[in-house]
Ligand binder design. Sequence first.
Ligand code: ADP
Length: 246
Amino acid sequence: RRDTLLYLNGVTKSFDGFKAINNLSLVIEKGEMRAIIGPNGAGKTTMMDIITGKTRPDKGEVYFSGDVDLTRHDEAAIASMGIGRKFQKPTVFESHTVEDNIRLSLSGPRSVLEALVHRKDEAERQRVEAILETTRLTDKRQIFAANLSHGQKQWLEIGMLLAQDPELLLVDEPVAGMTDAETEETARLLREIAATRSVVVVEHDMHFVRALGVKVTCLHEGSVLSEGTLDKVSADPKVIEVYLGR
Ligand code: ADP
């Protein structure tokens, strides 16, 4: 369909005969934010690895932006098609300022020297300003990344991904280790980001998922167990059984 951005169709991936992903089908719309939940071992990480080309599935297709089958492309090609992934642990350039971290991540051909020295391009300057604003780091721009709080480092890494202007942003447990205030701010921040692109968030923190207020997909044994609003999914007897039976 025209408003579909990502479509996983019957994806299966086994490790030593064990199906980590089992005939998984999933649709993410353009401009949608989706939360992916599920107990440990449900296949969340493997699903993200398959979307980004880190892992190749045994079966099935992953269509992005129409008819591009991502399973036929490698990790670098997929990243360049407009899929950004944020891992749980932030990886920022600690000895650079916040602003330079973003500048160094801007998409488009440039050398490191160009990125740091040529600050005159107005369009580029505005992009950096917008990203600093979105990630709540405008007043931290001159601070070395090493001196940010854990939460601020997570936001900076999201900013570095935004600098690549992805159409789809994949985020792995962004609020792990954050304060309550940072967690709430992260929900607002991601909702703002989702106004202009699609976002898939893997998350364990149900307070945070509630704050996101988006459609939820619960994975179990590599397939979709339940899908819908958080209220609907968390009241689903199948979901309750999976979480309580552990
Ligand atoms: P989740 O992220 O939901 O906790 P994972 O995708 O990490 O789940 O794992 C799903 C299942 O696949 C788990 O049982 C895990 O042990 C297994 N698995 C994941 N990656 C590998 C691998 N590289 N080799 C063997 N087993 C793996």
